[in-house]
Design a protein around this ligand. Structure first.
Ligand code: ARG
Ligand code: MN
Ligand code: MN
Ligand code: MN
Length: 305
């Protein structure tokens, strides 16, 4: 694999400063050398810079940092499309609003390649607000709505080829606002929530989604929010929610993704190094990325179940 590392020090999508230090933290935690040890070639293209922000307004007074977030979306979309055409992009966040741009970029690339894009959203939250429905005004709660082609993103670049509901898998979900729940239902998106994962385990629901990606010869973008993980193992995030994925569950997800060999791009988002404990969350995210790229205890193909 040729991995392209791109820093996205986005801090405008929420109100707890620190995510802009994320890319530096992943680099210090040894992301590039971990990938090289797996036999990947690694090109760190440095950090993306936002476009200059233009005035933009929204009728919801709660929304903040709209012009900055649009400026990031434009810059990241262009950078992501470019990187996706050269290799496997790994986007180092930055808060989750960066996915407004990265997913737009990989969607444009998928369209150019005549492939279908699938999205695996590993998160405590559904991030299905629009700028009009968000109560917090934090635009990191909106990218799945943008990717789905919901309206009320007027000041943003139009999303290339909105991703239909059946190609989006929201996985690990355990915090959904009322407006999001209604809109998810209207949109036909049924998250794989923690209730379902507790009952069925992680393997069956993930495998079912991966089978769909494979059957469609799709491209697969994975967006990993730190708060997918349990706060006990991943404290460095502003929006912790109890009951997250354990260390072993999270590695299992990544190992299954590697074995399926379907992932084509990755976001690492919401790490706030200012809230970390001696780098442990950054290190865990690096280790999870290594599992996704092929680190394993034994290389056995054809594991069943
Ligand atoms: N639903 C909440 C909100 O809109 C939380 C969003 C959290 N999103 C995230 N990317 N961590 O404010
Ligand atoms: Mn999120
Ligand atoms: Mn989240
Ligand atoms: Mn909200």
């Amino acid at each position: 694999q040729h991995c392209i590392i791109l820093g996205a020090p986005v801090d405008s999508g929420q109100s707890n400063p620190g995510c802009l230090m994320g890319p530096a933290s992943y680099r210090v935690a040894g992301l590039a050398s971990a990938l090289e040890e797996l036999g990947c070639t690694v090109q760190d293209q440095g950090d993306v810079a936002p476009r200059p922000a233009n005035a933009a307004a929204c009728n919801n007074p709660a929304v903040h940092s709209l012009p900055e977030t649009i400026a990031w979306t434009e810059a990241l979309s262009a950078a992501a499309q470019d990187a996706a055409s050269q290799g496997f992009p790994i986007f180092l966040g930055g808060d989750h609003s960066l996915s407004l741009g990265t997913v737009a970029g990989v969607a444009a690339h998928a369209r150019a390649m005549n492939r279908s894009l699938f999205v695996l959203w590993l998160d405590a939250h559904s991030d299905f607000h629009t700028p009009m429905t968000t109560g917090s005004g934090n635009l990191h709660g909106t990218p799945v709505a943008y990717i789905s082609g919901r309206s009320d993103f007027d000041s943003f670049p139009p999303f290339p080829d909105p991703v239909p509901a059946e190609r989006i898998c929201l996985f690990g979900i355990r915090s959904v606002d009322p407006a999001e729940r209604t809109a998810l239902g209207e949109h036909g998106i049924t998250p794989v929530d923690m209730r379902e994962l507790d009952e069925r385990g992680f393997v069956a629901p993930l495998r079912a989604f991966l089978d769909q990606v494979r059957a469609a010869n799709g491209m697969l973008h994975v967006s990993l929010d730190v708060d997918f993980l349990d706060p006990a193992i991943a404290p460095a995030v502003g929006t912790t929610v109890p009951g997250g994925a354990t260390f072993r569950e999270a590695h299992l997800v990544m190992e299954m993704l590697h074995e399926a060999r379907l992932a084509t791009s990755l976001d690492l988002v919401e790490l706030n190094p200012f809230l970390d404990e001696r780098g442990r969350t950054a290190r865990l995210m690096v280790d999870l990325t290594a599992s996704l790229m092929g680190r394993k205890v034994f290389d056995r193909t054809n594991r069943t179940s």
